[in-house]
Design a protein around this ligand. Structure first.
Ligand code: HEC
Ligand code: HEC
Ligand code: HEC
Ligand code: HEC
Ligand code: HEC
Length: 414
């Protein structure tokens, strides 16, 4: 299917794709004056996340092949735990079919355009080269190339073949005489700091915004939350005990830990069922959820003896920052800042057949992308079509039920 359109340039791409492209491509100058401060961490990070990243160059001659290798499996031959954790995380899948399917439609040599995506999804210079080769030869064997492995260890830890990391847990750093593999490493406090993550999880202050709010604003949301004052950084929640997990909206347990859900039992008054379901952001260090992409549906409905929903009794409250696919405006923003609460108040006539009242919270982590992929496919997704179809299936498979409880209605009748 994809070949049909292979000869065309970017011209056939739907407008909404280009809009997303523009929105995602804001250069990451520092998001706030504090971030640009002159302390050591800011200076380190300016250099560490320069755009685009410089090639590593030749490895020192005394390095073994294993020490010179940049692929995560090589790091993992010594750093076993980090490799296992990272492999299970979304950072390892940051060049999945939804991203690659869109990149495949760019010109092979359009490196600047690629950077608009891969500066966050696969930032090493060596990955940028691999991507150019892959777009030039779309039918080549896939699976092992560095760019396909997404946000790899070396993207965060290796510059010019030198390793950078946090201090040891006992606060020490290597000494020159230590004779460690890969020539030891240089310690920096930046690794324990939220600003380390901000380069990719926060748009610059002059970046793409809707209704006066940046499209990506996680770092600033965190800074306005009580966690910043308590010294709880992104890493405290997303890398507990330094684990490389980065669980987020796709992980039900992580999300359960970030919110508190309350149920008020059903009362039947004058033939109407009254109840409420509340959700408070009690442990998410920024807005719940922080991006425009997920959708959280809080719902209550009546159900019969056979556990079938009774038609017409469902009421819902959506927690999301809703935007149209072309990102032309903000439709609604019902996200919850740290500490804030949403409530669904239910008052619906009791149906004869109803046996139970069901309280449920559902999560669609990739709701925006589901719509985007459908639209790309409808308009012709070009060389990336097979990948976009896979991404659509993945986005639908990521739905889950965060919370569900039933209360008998019979007992509630006065
Ligand atoms: C031959 C084994 C080996 C390989 C391969 C290896 N490392 Fe290491 N690495 C070590 C050892 C040993 C240390 C020193 C640990 C210490 O002194 O506490 C270390 C230290 C580090 C540190 C500093 C840890 C800290 O406490 O801050 C980082 C970061 C690191 N390596 C990243 C990597 C990355 C990324 C790769 C792959 C690109 C890699 N390493 C490949 C063995 C290896
Ligand atoms: C080089 C850019 C980059 C850096 C630096 C970075 N991230 Fe990410 N992060 C991404 C990208 C891209 C994704 C999306 C991966 C995907 O699904 O394609 C992501 C995904 C995530 C997710 C999962 C979101 C979900 O939908 O469930 C979490 C959590 C996360 N990052 C936290 C962090 C934290 C904490 C740090 C700092 C220690 C950090 N990231 C640093 C680029 C980055
Ligand atoms: C500023 C960093 C940044 C840039 C630049 C960026 N992304 Fe992302 N992208 C993210 C983060 C963070 C996530 C995870 C949060 C989310 O799902 O919205 C993500 C998620 C995605 C996803 C859904 C997850 C997946 O892996 O399928 C797709 C698709 C995607 N990006 C495509 C792109 C494309 C295409 C570009 C370039 C036009 C781009 N991104 C540019 C940071 C970025
Ligand atoms: C998104 C950036 C990112 C990626 C990708 C990443 N790390 Fe890390 N790594 C960090 C940060 C940040 C810390 C420090 C966390 C802290 O201090 O809480 C860290 C800490 C470490 C440490 C010290 C751990 C300890 O217990 O003291 C090692 C070793 C390490 N990383 C190796 C790796 C390896 C190997 C990979 C790939 C399999 C990898 N990292 C991928 C950001 C990253
Ligand atoms: C107090 C704990 C805590 C802190 C601090 C925290 N997070 Fe989160 N984060 C969570 C929880 C819980 C979730 C899952 C709920 C959700 O998705 O909002 C989450 C979700 C996410 C997601 C998934 C996407 C989404 O739409 O929600 C990303 C990305 C993320 N965090 C990045 C960060 C970054 C970057 C920082 C630092 C600036 C940070 N987090 C600080 C707890 C925390």
């Amino acid at each position: 299917m994809g070949r049909r359109r292979a000869g065309r340039g970017l011209g056939f791409l739907p407008v909404l794709f280009l809009a997303v492209l523009a929105a995602c491509s804001e250069p990451a100058s520092p998001p706030s004056p504090t971030l640009a401060g002159t302390d050591g961490v800011a200076q380190f990070l300016d250099k560490h996340w320069q755009q685009p990243l410089a090639p590593q160059g030749a490895a020192p001659p005394h390095f073994t092949r294993q020490e010179a290798a940049l692929d995560p499996a090589s790091c993992g031959s010594c750093h076993v735990q980090q490799f296992q954790d990272w492999s299970s995380a979304l950072h390892a899948r940051a060049m999945g079919p939804g991203v690659m399917g869109q990149l495949m439609n760019m010109e092979a040599q359009a490196r600047e355009e690629h950077q608009g995506c891969i500066r966050c999804h696969a930032p090493l210079a060596e990955q940028a080269d691999g991507l150019v080769a892959a777009i030039s030869r779309p039918n080549a064997r896939k699976g092992a190339a560095l760019h396909e492995q997404g946000l790899v260890c070396a993207a965060c830890h290796v510059r010019g073949h030198r390793r950078f990391g946090p201090e040891r847990r006992d606060g020490s750093a290597p000494k020159p005489e230590d004779q460690l593999p890969h020539g030891g490493w240089q310690a920096s406090a930046a690794f324990a700091d939220s600003r380390f993550c901000a380069g990719c999880h926060q748009f610059a202050a002059d970046g793409f915004a809707l209704n006066g709010k940046l499209l990506e604003n996680t770092y600033e949301e965190w800074r306005a939350s009580p966690y910043a004052g308590e010294g709880k950084h992104c890493q405290s929640c997303h890398m507990p005990d330094r684990r490389h997990l980065w669980r987020g909206i796709h992980d039900p347990e992580m999300v359960r830990g970030g919110v508190s859900i309350g149920v008020s039992p059903p009362r039947v008054e004058a033939g109407a069922v009254r109840a409420a379901l509340t959700l408070r952001n009690t442990g998410t260090g920024h807005h719940f959820p922080t991006y425009v992409t997920p959708k959280v549906v809080v719902e209550i409905f009546q159900e019969d003896q056979a556990a079938r929903a009774v038609a017409g009794t469902r009421r819902e409250y959506v927690i999301a920052r809703q935007v149209p696919l072309d990102l032309s405006r903000e439709i609604a923003d019902t996200r919850l800042a740290a500490g804030a609460q949403a409530a669904l108040d239910y008052a619906v006539p009791r149906q004869q057949r109803a046996a139970n009242l069901v309280y449920r919270v559902r999560v669609e982590p990739d709701a925006f992308y589901t719509g985007l992929y459908r639209s790309l496919i409808a308009d012709g997704a070009g060389k990336g079509e097979a990948m976009i179809r896979r991404a659509l299936a993945d986005s639908l498979a990521s739905h889950y039920t965060l919370f569900e409880e039933r209360r008998a209605l019979g007992a509630a009748v006065k």
